[in-house]
Write a protein of this length. Structure first.
Lengths: 510, 341
C-alpha cells in the first residue's frame, strides 16, 4: 500500500463522547492526497462526528488530527478553514433570506478599507462557477433555490475559500440521479486537480463508481478500510451492518382493493412554491387501497408542488383549482388536522423543516400529530405513561439510536431523525400514507426495513403515494409508476413494465 | 444544572457590575449592598413589601412566558394589566353592595376577562391578518392607557379626592391581607399568583393544547404539517398571557388600594419581560425571578435617602445589567472556556 506518500489527513485514536453515547471510539483513518475517499457506515455510526472534529466544530476528547503531516488542534472551524479544509454539512448551513452571493461571502467578506468588495468577489466566483460548470443564480434568496443549486453554492463556497481538502457529508441524499452524476463529474475534476475529497454516503453504488478508497464505520469504530477496487457492495453492506443485508427486497404482488385511498382531479397550481421551476397543470390520478403508486421525476418538475397542493390545499401559495379526495371524502377545503384524523400519515420531504421539533426531546417528537389520539391524551390531558411506553417500543422496533427518549431530536444523527419520523407516522396505522423521500439519508439496513414497512402497510390495506428521487425506491416498491415532467404526468407504467434506463429517459422528458 | 447556574451567575455578575457603578458614583459598594438587603428583607414589613411588589411580577412574567413558548413576544402586559385592574375596580364601583364570596369572584372574573380580551386582539390580528404582535401589543398599551384615563376621569371619578382614581369598591370585595407582615399589603393575591404559576406549568407541560402551543413555538411548519391549527394556538397563547396579566388587578384593587388609581403600576408589564427572560420562560423560574426583581424594587427604594449619591434609579440600572448578562450567551461560553483551560 502507498503508505510512503504522506497522508493528506490522518486521524489517530479519535474519541468523542456525548454524555453516555460514545460517538467515536478510537477512530483511525488515513486519507491519501488527490483521492476521493468514501466513508460509509450505519446511521449513528459516527461518520459526521469524526468529520466535524476534523473540521473543528468540536474538539476530540482524545486522539490526534494530522493534516499534511502536522498535528493540529483547532479552536474553531476558522482554523480548519485556514488550513485548507472545507465541509458541506449533511443539513446545509445557509442563511435563508440572503442571496446566494451573500451566503458565500458570509464569514469571508473580502474587505478593503472597511468596504466589502462585492464586485471583485463576484467576478472571481463567476469564473469559478464557469470553470467547474456550477451555474448559480447569484441574486436569488438562497431559500428560493432548489436544493441541488443550494449545494452548488455550498461547494463554490469551499472553492472560493481555497479548500484543498473537501468534506462532503451525504451530498447526494438530496439530489436527483442526474444532479448526482453532475456532482461526481465535478468531484473527479477537482480530484484530478489535486484536491482531496472525503465523501460520506449511504449509496454503495456511488462508493463503487466514484471513490478510490473506502472506510467503513460501525458503532463509533472503523471496521474496514480498503481500495474500492478490491471490494463489492454486498461485502460493504455486511461490514456496515454486521450482518447479511438483503440489498433488493422481494415485493409480493399487490392485492389491490376497489376502494380509492386518494384521488386527484385536474389539479393546477396558480402560484409557485419556493424553489419550484414548474407549476402544476391538470394533474389527475388515483391511488387505490392496497396499492403503492410511485411518483418519479427529476427534482423541480412539480413533485413538491404536488405534495403541497395535496396536503395544504388551503395555503394561499398552494391554492389550486382541482379537487382532492382522501378515502372517499372531498378534502379540498379541509384543515390539515381533519385530514390527518382520517388516517393519513405523511413522511415529509424535508424532515427538519416539516417533521421535527429539533430542540425538543425524542418523546415529544414522537407525540407530534398524535397528541389528540385517545392513546396519548384523555380529556385534553397528556398521558405521558402511554407515550413513554409507545415511544420506547417504537425506538426498539425502528432501531432509533441511541435508545434515549430525552435527548433533543436535533442531536440524533440524520438517518435516525428519519427513522423517528417513520416510526411516528406508522404509529397512526395509516389508511393512506404519503411518503416523500422516505429513505433520504438512511443506511442500507434501514432502507431494507423502511421498504418492508411500506409494503406491510400496503398489504394491511393502506394506499401509498410514494414520491422519491431514488429510482431504487420507485422501482422496488411501486405497483404503478407515474412520471412527472414539467408539472404534468408524462407517463404511467405498471410494475415490471419499465427498466431503469427507460424510466430515466421519460424523466428527462423524451 | 447549567440551566440553573447560568441565570444565577448572570444575576451575580449584573449585581457586581451595578455595585461597581455605585462605586464610580462615590459610594461604598458594600454599604449599598447592606442597604439593599436591609431594605428588602430587613424586617417583616420590608419583606412583606418585597412580596407585594413580587406578586404582580409573577403574573406579568407568566404573561410574557406563555406566549413566548408559542414563539410570540407579548409586550402588551402593561395594557392588559391596566384594563384588568380597571375592570376589577369598575365592577366594584358599579355594584358596591354585592356580598363577600360573590363579589371578589365576580371581580376576579372581570380582571381575567378584560386581560384575555386585550391579549386575544393582537393574537387574532396575528393569526388572521399576519400583522406582528409586537407592534399591536404596543399600540394596545397606548389605547389601554387612554381608555383607563377616560373611564377614571369621566365615568367613575372618585368625587372625594383630587387624585385620578375611581370610586372605592364595596366592602364585600376586599380580600384578606396577611397579618404577619407588619402592615405590608400582602394579600391572598400572592398565593393566587403561585397557584397561577402551578396551573401554567400544568397547562404547558401536561395538556394537549400546551403541547400544541409549544410545538408552534418550536417549528411552525412542522406543527402545521402535524395538523395543529397554528392560528388558533397564536390566539390562545396571547389570550392566556393577557388573562394572566389582567390578574394583577386582583392584588392591586381588591387586596391593596380598593380602587383603580391611574399610574399605579411602576411598569410591571415591562419588568415582566425581564422576569420571563431571567426565569427562562418557565413558571418556577418566573416565580424566582419575580422575587428577585421585587426585592430589587423594594431594596432600591430606600437608597435615595440612605445614601448621598445613589438614587432609586439604580434599580433600573441593576435590572438592565442583569438582563444584559442573562442575554449574553457569549459570556457563558467564555466562562466555560476559561474554566476548561
Ligand atoms: N451534538 C450531539 N449531542 C449528543 N449526541 C450527539 C451529538 N451529535 C451526534 N450525537 C450522537 O453521536 C452518534 C453519532 O452521530 P453521527 O451524527 O456522527 O452519526 P452518522 O454516522 O453521521 O449517522 P447518519 O448516517 O445517520 O448521519 C449518534 O448516536 C448521535 O446521536
Ligand atoms: Mg451524519
Amino acid at each position: 500500500m502507498a503508505f510512503e506518500t504522506p497522508a493528506a489527513v490522518e486521524l489517530r485514536g479519535l474519541t468523542k463522547r456525548f454524555g453516555s453515547v460514545i460517538a467515536n471510539d478510537g477512530v483511525n483513518l488515513r486519507i491519501q492526497p488527490g483521492t476521493i475517499h468514501g466513508v460509509i457506515g450505519e446511521n449513528g455510526a459516527g461518520k459526521s462526528t469524526a468529520m466535524k472534529m476534523l473540521y473543528g466544530i468540536f474538539p476530540p476528547d482524545a486522539g490526534e488530527i494530522i493534516v499534511n503531516s502536522k498535528t493540529c488542534v483547532w479552536e474553531s472551524p476558522a482554523d480548519a478553514i485556514a488550513a485548507g479544509i472545507g465541509m458541506v454539512h449533511q443539513h446545509f448551513m445557509l442563511a435563508g433570506p440572503y442571496t446566494a452571493l451573500d451566503n458565500i461571502l458570509l464569514g469571508a467578506e473580502p474587505v478593503r478599507c472597511g468596504v466589502i468588495e462585492r464586485k471583485k468577489a463576484r467576478t472571481r466566483l463567476e469564473a469559478l462557477a464557469r470553470q467547474y460548470g456550477l451555474p448559480v443564480d447569484w441574486d436569488s434568496p438562497i431559500e428560493e433555490l432548489p436544493v441541488g443549486v443550494q449545494q452548488r453554492v455550498e461547494i463554490l463556497k469551499l472553492l472560493y475559500r481555497d479548500a484543498k481538502i473537501l468534506i462532503l457529508d451525504e451530498p447526494t441524499a438530496v439530489l436527483t440521479p442526474q444532479e448526482a452524476n453532475e456532482l461526481f463529474r465535478n468531484l473527479k475534476k477537482l480530484r484530478d486537480e489535486g484536491k482531496t475529497i472525503i465523501l460520506i454516503t449511504h449509496k454503495l453504488k456511488e462508493v463503487m463508481s466514484f471513490t478510490d478508497h473506502v472506510t467503513v464505520f460501525r458503532a463509533g469504530k472503523v471496521t474496514g478500510e480498503m481500495p474500492t477496487s478490491q471490494t463489492n457492495p454486498q461485502e460493504l453492506a455486511n461490514l456496515m451492518v454486521g450482518r447479511k443485508v438483503v440489498l433488493n427486497i422481494n415485493v409480493p404482488p399487490a392485492h389491490t382493493r376497489d376502494e380509492l385511498a386518494m384521488e386527484v382531479a385536474a389539479l393546477s397550481l396558480a402560484g409557485t412554491v419556493a424553489g419550484s421551476r414548474h407549476k402544476l397543470s391538470d394533474v389527475s390520478f388515483s391511488v387505490k387501497r392496497g396499492e403503492i403508486v410511485g411518483v418519479a421525476g427529476v427534482e423541480g418538475n412539480g413533485q413538491s408542488e404536488l405534495l403541497q397542493a395535496i396536503l395544504h390545499p388551503r395555503e394561499p401559495l398552494c391554492r389550486t383549482s382541482g379537487t382532492v379526495w382522501f378515502l372517499g371524502e372531498d378534502v379540498t377545503h379541509w384543515e390539515a388536522r381533519d385530514i390527518r384524523d382520517l388516517g393519513v400519515a405523511m413522511i415529509p420531504e424535508d424532515r427538519q423543516r416539516e417533521g421535527l421539533l429539533l430542540e425538543r426531546p425524542v418523546s415529544e417528537n414522537f407525540l407530534l400529530g398524535l397528541q389528540r389520539s385517545s392513546a396519548f391524551s384523555q380529556g385534553g390531558v397528556l398521558n405521558s405513561r402511554n407515550l413513554l411506553a409507545a415511544a420506547t417500543q417504537a425506538e426498539e422496533e425502528y432501531d432509533v439510536r441511541p435508545r434515549d427518549l430525552a435527548i433533543p431530536a436535533g442531536k440524533l444523527s440524520g438517518g435516525n431523525q428519519q427513522k423517528l419520523i417513520v416510526a411516528r407516522e406508522f404509529q397512526r396505522k395509516p389508511r393512506l400514507l404519503i411518503a416523500a423521500q422516505p429513505t433520504r439519508g438512511v443506511d442500507v439496513g434501514a432502507i431494507e426495513f423502511i421498504h418492508n414497512r411500506i409494503v406491510r402497510a400496503r398489504d394491511e390495506g393502506a394506499g401509498v403515494l410514494l414520491v422519491s428521487f431514488e429510482l431504487e425506491d420507485i422501482l422496488t416498491l411501486s405497483d404503478r409508476i407515474l412520471v412527472m415532467y414539467e408539472g404534468r404526468i408524462a407517463a404511467e407504467f405498471a410494475r415490471g413494465q419499465v427498466s431503469e434506463g427507460e424510466l430515466g429517459l421519460k424523466m428527462a422528458g423524451s | 444544572m447549567r440551566k440553573l447556574l447560568q441565570p444565577v451567575l448572570a444575576v451575580a455578575f449584573g449585581l457586581a457590575l451595578g455595585l461597581g457603578v455605585t462605586r464610580l458614583a462615590g459610594e461604598n459598594p458594600w454599604h449599598v449592598l447592606q442597604i439593599l438587603w436591609k431594605s428588602a428583607f430587613g424586617s417583616r414589613y420590608d419583606f412583606g413589601m418585597t412580596l407585594f411588589y413580587s406578586t404582580p411580577l409573577i403574573f406579568t412574567g407568566l404573561a410574557v412566558a406563555v406566549p413566548f413558548q408559542a414563539g410570540l413576544f407579548n409586550i402588551g402586559a402593561e395594557g392588559q394589566l391596566t384594563l384588568g385592574a380597571l375592570a376589577t375596580a369598575a365592577v366594584g364601583a358599579v355594584w358596591p353592595g354585592l356580598p363577600w364570596p360573590l363579589a371578589p369572584a365576580l371581580a376576579i372574573l372581570a380582571a381575567v376577562t378584560a386581560g384575555t380580551v386585550w391579549g386575544a386582539i393582537p393574537g387574532w390580528l396575528r393569526a388572521k391578518r399576519g400583522s406582528h404582535e409586537v407592534i399591536n401589543t404596543i399600540m394596545l398599551n397606548f389605547i389601554a392607557a387612554g381608555l383607563a384615563s377616560y373611564v377614571t376621569l369621566y365615568l367613575l371619578k372618585n368625587p372625594d379626592t383630587q387624585n385620578p382614581e375611581t370610586r372605592p369598591i364595596g366592602a364585600g370585595y376586599l380580600i384578606s391581607q396577611f397579618g404577619i407582615f407588619g402592615g405590608a399589603p400582602v394579600s391572598v393575591a400572592l398565593p393566587l399568583a403561585i397557584l397561577a404559576a402551578v396551573l401554567v406549568w400544568i397547562f404547558l407541560w401536561r395538556t394537549v393544547i400546551g403541547f400544541e402551543m409549544r410545538a408552534v413555538g418550536q417549528n411552525e411548519s412542522a406543527a402545521r404539517a402535524a395538523g395543529i391549527n397554528t392560528g388558533r394556538m397564536t390566539i390562545i397563547a396571547l389570550a392566556v398571557g393577557g388573562g394572566l396579566a389582567g390578574l394583577v388587578g386582583v392584588g392591586e384593587v381588591l387586596g391593596n388600594a380598593g380602587k383603580f388609581r391611574l399610574g399605579f403600576s411602576p411598569e410591571y408589564g415591562f419588568i415582566g419581560i425581564a422576569v420571563a427572560l431571567l426565569g427562562r420562560n418557565q413558571p418556577a423560574g418566573v416565580v424566582a425571578a419575580a422575587l428577585l426583581f421585587g426585592a430589587l424594587h423594594k431594596g432600591t427604594a430606600d437608597l435615595d435617602f440612605e445614601t448621598e449619591h445613589v438614587t432609586r434609579e439604580l434599580s433600573l440600572v441593576l435590572q438592565a445589567l442583569i438582563i444584559l448578562s442573562v442575554s449574553a450567551d457569549g459570556l457563558w461560553s467564555w466562562m466555560k472556556k476559561r474554566s476548561a483551560a
